[in-house]
Design a protein around this ligand. Structure first.
Ligand code: SF4
Length: 343
């Protein structure tokens, strides 16, 4: 069955003409959103972005807060900052027209090897080697690549490069990704229907589903911290903006401690943003980032509507929270506090 992205790519008017902006813009936007994110999660965001920012000019000229807020919940927030920076660069350097050349694409913010190859190939039909996770699976089975990922990436890329045709390389790239997304599935590949059937080493060995080999992952060390949810009588909540650089940079958060493996719960209240009667809620909020799991202890308190926000923080009405760039972990922390708020 075709995924939304497969259908979306196939419904694009075929290939960008010189100077055309709509197709490269859509291909670029969807490729950035799909990095480490599922099609199901991306779909509503892709549609929202096309409504809010219908072309690269609209995105480039949008305020940073509007872009971060539209991205909130999709994760890996450095992508949103790079997306905005890239839109500005395309407008300022290239007059709003995405370059077709892979090197020129790679020079833009947030565009690496894979994305530059995908845009060059899919949007402009240039010869480029497009290797995503699906293609890695197909190629590692086709050639029974015994070296584990990620170390085998260069080998898989060069095996793929040798197959890319001069004629319709964009179709080849999409066909390989489609094959990986549909027939060559992780657990039970449908070899009988596959165009590589009969020439695939994994199929011949009878253990195709054991590829690609993978180096076992080391789980990140658990970090802990505390977050403070202060609710004012008028239904506003205290928030602040995280520093520009680093994890969840420039996103909105409720005040809290740093997150660390050696977090000491007894020191948490020293980080409270204001001096009120904080209540430590029972239970914890858990969240898993790419590199580490997190456990947050939540402190909650109420205050009078006359209370002013301390320096660097602000009160935001609960009704207006969905316009803030709140990452998932903060949504969880606030929801947990509101459900368990002391009466
Ligand atoms: S023959 Fe089977 S294992 Fe080989 S590429 Fe096709 S679906 Fe994948």
């Amino acid at each position: 069955m075709l995924t939304w992205y497969d259908r979306h790519r196939r419904t694009l008017p075929w290939r960008a003409k010189p100077g055309e902006t709509a197709i490269p813009y859509r291909v670029w936007l969807s490729e950035i959103m799909l990095q480490q994110t599922t099609v199901t999660a991306v779909k509503p965001y892709f549609e929202k972005f096309l409504t809010l920012f219908p072309d690269v000019f609209a995105l480039a000229h949008a305020p940073a807060e509007a872009v971060m807020s539209a991205w909130a919940g999709l994760g890996y927030y450095s992508r949103a900052r790079n997306l905005h920076a890239c839109a500005k660069a395309v407008v300022e350097i290239h007059g709003g027209v995405f370059p077709a050349d892979q090197d020129a694409l790679r020079a833009l913010p947030g565009i690496g090897d894979y994305t530059s190859a995908a845009i060059a190939s899919i949007a402009f039909n240039r010869v480029a080697t497009v290797v995503d996770g699906n293609v890695e699976r197909v190629m590692s089975r086709l050639y029974a690549v015994e070296d584990p990922l990620p170390g085998s990436k260069p080998q898989i890329k060069s095996l793929t490069a040798a197959l890319v045709p001069d004629d319709r390389p964009g179709d080849f790239a999409q066909a390989m990704m489609d094959l990986g997304a549909t027939l060559c599935s992780p657990k039970s590949p449908s070899c009988i229907l596959c165009p590589f059937s009969g020439s695939c080493m994994g199929q011949a060995r009878g253990d195709a589903e054991t590829f690609p080999r993978k180096t076992p992952k080391k789980e990140g060390q658990l970090r802990r911290g505390a977050a403070f949810v202060l609710l004012r009588d008028d239904g506003a909540i205290l928030v602040r903006t995280r520093p520009e650089k680093g994890l969840l940079g420039a996103m909105t958060e409720v005040p809290g401690t740093d997150w660390s493996a050696d977090f000491k719960p007894k020191d948490a209240l020293a980080h409270a943003p204001v001096d009120v009667d904080w209540v430590k809620l029972r239970g914890q909020v858990r969240h898993v980032f790419t590199h580490f799991p997190l456990e947050l202890t939540i402190y909650a308190a109420r205050c009078s509507k006359r209370k002013n926000a301390p320096k660097g923080a602000r009160f935001v009405s609960l009704d207006a929270l969905d316009q803030e760039a709140l990452p998932s972990v903060m949504k969880k922390a606030i929801a947990f506090a509101l459900e368990n708020f002391p009466q």
